[in-house]
Design a protein around this ligand. Structure first.
Ligand code: ATP
Ligand code: MG
Length: 721
């Protein structure tokens, strides 16, 4: 039962109501954080269905992360009892995947095509380079990956890539070979999903017109972050009788490094005949102080579309700023504050720890862990990215398609079956001669001895799994069979450190059950796609109480009662790569604006005088973004110049102590001033200064090649000469 229309619009302000019920063609809503853009977008979907203007299958809504897409579904389902399965709501990647599954052959793909993620793409590119005899000195695989994805994101195929100088020629050649390899193996990388789908619309007008007629309303959240190819995709899908409803905030554009273009907003007005851009100016999320701070910060950017946000809500509490002596202090401060807030009745899941780079999470995790606080890291090492899970899924992929050479190479000798590099090379030669997949080549090859037996068992295992799938066995049972037949469970049982991995593998069966329940079907291909696309955006047991941890990028569109932003130091946030250039710095500032505006009632901004990052000690200066927030809005917990109040027994809870074994040198304290030392990466140098004791000890070294560095003894592998 849908909510009656009046109730649907109740509580919306006049501007929001106008946007929800807009009936003059396409619309662009440009509004600041927390002004209800996503709410307006979902309410509009409900409104279109309630009033009978659109049937559910006539709507298509696109957003940026799976988490946001799920949230959108939840919001819609709370407004009425619609058949959610017929709604097309998802990310660009997710929706493209859905189209390509339906029209694989028209798109020139095998129906069993598999999606590969960034890591698998890199491995695939390395194989291409090997086949072409390109060594890594000449072509850097990551640079090649960047080249391939950059071109795909601009809609440029290898044959059309323009090479401006001769050094790029091998890149183009490898791109060509990579395309051929993917085609042969039936694999599709992330950038390819979108490009294929665009080409599908371009080359098949009948299909395009079918979908153009079907989708009457296209809705786009976070429009400011669409890149030109996504924009083209949307343009192709929008028919003469369809309208687009786009919402965005130029101040939150944070993906220009990936080619997103704010310019799309201006194009939109022209391409869709928008006569008036709608605005929402009332903020419903954050209390006054937080909003004022965010407004003050973003005012430092030039060339904004310009908007002012106001709130009827209370002024609220001041923003708390804390300066830790070390990143350990900073993390302990956060962990203890979390406990205090929890004791005051705030749920852990209503708190979030935000940081600029993933590498920062370690110290924070350690502090939470040592206080027994459950936490969930989004976007870090995710469930579906863990090694054992990827192995298990590779078996499943092979059972679905024996053409999948990437999957073959991942598991043919894992668990070990005595198949060495030499045997593999022979197989590769054989496959090339036979023009077949590695799996097929293995069937006809005659590997002798232990390797031969191992391979036979491997082949039989895959056949057996394929047979189970063919018979239509339940997905969870198929996964159980994968774990046994592959020998993975057995392998990890033998491993002293394997308990966690076994737990994860067992969790995969649970994931398959949940998937079958939620999707209403246990289709193996959909499950594999789900695993790759979602890459575990829900980490720990879903639904359990835990404090959330994520990068600022991952927090887009979300909101929390309490937000901690850690590591506000120049070089970290703003990121050091962005310090030199105004455009880069402005993007960092928008990122900081996103961070601040996630908070409803409490905001903590923290930084540290020194921190260990990538095994190196860094001394930080307070972030310039902190300076841009009026001091009157802040409560400084430890006035500068004074030592931070370490009322939390920091020495007893040293997070470094439990995670790192001190190197021999720390124990013996053998570094003295003037000592000559060698470091793995920086080479030779001389110790100039030394501070701290034990694990917190650090030395300043003047390296011959790279100059002065402070190094944490607990991390740096220094040897004396
Ligand atoms: P962002 O730019 O961060 O994505 P947004 O503009 O999409 O933000 P929403 O997430 O839609 O904002 O809304 C922010 C919060 O304000 C949500 O909790 C939402 O439910 C609430 N909200 C929006 N409009 C109203 C309203 N008219 N009355 C009460 N609460 C509202
Ligand atoms: Mg939003």
């Amino acid at each position: 039962m849908a909510i009656p229309m009046e109730n649907l619009l109740e509580g919306l302000n006049p501007q929001q109501r106008e946007a929800v019920t807009w009936d003059q063609g396409s619309a662009l809503i440009l509004a600041g954080a927390g002004s209800g853009k996503t709410r307006v977008l979902t309410t509009r979907m409900a409104w279109l269905m309630t009033t009978g203007k659109n049937r559910p299958e006539e709507l298509l809504a696109v957003t940026f992360t799976n988490k946001a897409a799920r949230e959108m579904m939840t919001r819609i389902s709370s407004m009425g009892n619609w058949p959610l399965r017929s709604l097309w709501v998802g990310t660009f990647h997710g929706l493209c995947h859905r189209f390509l599954r339906l029209h694989a052959l028209d798109a020139g793909l095998t129906p069993q095509f598999q999606i590969i993620d960034g890591q698998e793409q890199l491995a695939a590119l390395k194989r291409v380079m090997k086949a072409l005899n390109f060594d890594e000195e000449r072509v850097n695989p990551r640079q090649l990956q960047h080249f391939v994805n950059g071109h795909k994101e601009q809609g440029i195929r290898a044959e059309n890539a323009v090479v401006s100088h001769s050094a790029q020629r091998p890149l183009q050649e490898a791109y060509l070979a990579y395309e051929a390899q993917c085609q042969r193996e039936g694999t599709v990388d992330f950038a390819e999903l979108l490009l294929r789908c665009v080409e599908l619309w371009q080359h098949h007008p009948v299909l395009r017109e079918h979908y153009q007629a079907r989708f009457k309303t296209l809705l786009v959240d976070e429009f400011q972050d669409t890149n030109p190819l996504q924009y083209r995709w949307l343009r192709l899908l929008c028919g003469p009788a369809s309208t687009v409803f786009a919402v965005g905030d130029d101040d939150q554009s944070i993906y220009s490094f990936r080619g997103a273009e704010i310019e799309n907003m201006r194009h939109f007005e022209r391409d869709y005949g928008v006569t008036r851009v709608l605005r929402l100016e009332q903020n419903y999320r954050s209390q006054g102080t937080i909003l004022e701070a965010a407004n003050a910060l973003i005012q430092n950017n030039a060339g904004r579309f310009g908007k002012t946000l106001w709130t009827e809500g209370a002024q609220g509490e001041p923003i708390r700023v804390y300066e830790g002596e070390t990143d350990g202090d900073e993390a302990r401060f956060i962990a203890h504050t979390v406990i205090q807030l929890r004791d005051q009745g705030i749920r852990l899941s209503d708190m979030v720890l935000l940081y600029r780079s993933n590498a920062q999470s370690r110290a924070l995790e350690q502090a939470l862990f040592s206080l027994n606080l459950p936490y969930r890291v989004h976007g870090g090492l995710r469930f579906f990215e863990r090694q054992e899970i990827r192995h298990a899924l590779a078996y499943l992929r092979l059972a679905v398609s024996t053409e999948d050479d990437a999957a073959f190479l991942r598991v043919v000798n894992f668990p070990p079956r005595g198949i060495g590099a030499r045997s593999l090379e022979n197989l590769q030669v054989e496959a090339q001669t036979l023009r077949s997949s590695l799996f097929q080549a293995t069937r006809v090859s005659s590997l002798a001895g232990k390797a031969g037996q191992g391979v036979q068992r491997f082949l039989q295992g895959i056949d057996q799994l394929a047979e189970r799938i063919h018979q239509g066995q339940d997905l969870p049972r198929v996964i159980e069979a994968v774990l046994e037949v592959s020998g993975l469970l057995e392998h990890y049982r033998q491993d002293k450190e394997g308990a966690d991995r076994i737990a994860n593998l067992e969790e995969l069966v649970a994931a398959a059950m949940a998937f079958t329940r939620e999707e209403g079907s246990g289709d193996v291909l959909s499950f594999l796609a789900h695993a790759t696309l979602e890459a575990g955006e829900h980490e720990a047991a879903p639904g359990s109480e835990a404090i959330q941890m994520m990068t600022v990028h991952g927090a887009k569109g979300l909101e929390f009662e309490v937000v901690f932003v850690a590591g506000l130091e120049d070089g970290l946030f703003p990121h050091e790569n962005a310090l030199q250039e105004t455009r880069g710095l402005e993007e960092e500032r928008r990122l900081a604006y996103v961070a601040l505006t996630r908070a409803r009632s409490q905001l903590y901004l923290t930084h540290a005088q020194s921190r260990v990052l990538h095994g190196q000690m860094r001394y930080g200066v307070r972030s310039r973004f902190l300076e841009e927030i009026p001091e009157s809005l802040c409560h400084i917990l430890n006035p500068r110049g004074k030592r931070p109040e370490l009322s939390f027994g920091s020495r007893a809870l040293n997070p470094m102590r439990s995670s790192v074994t001190p190197t021999e040198s720390v124990k013996t304290g053998k570094f003295h001033i003037g000592q000559r030392v060698r470091h793995d990466k920086f080479g030779e140098g001389v110790v100039l200064a030394r501070e701290g004791q034990g694990n917190e000890g650090r030395v300043q070294v003047n390296f011959r090649d790279v100059g002065m560095k402070w190094l944490a003894l607990a991390f740096a592998r220094l040897t004396s000469l």
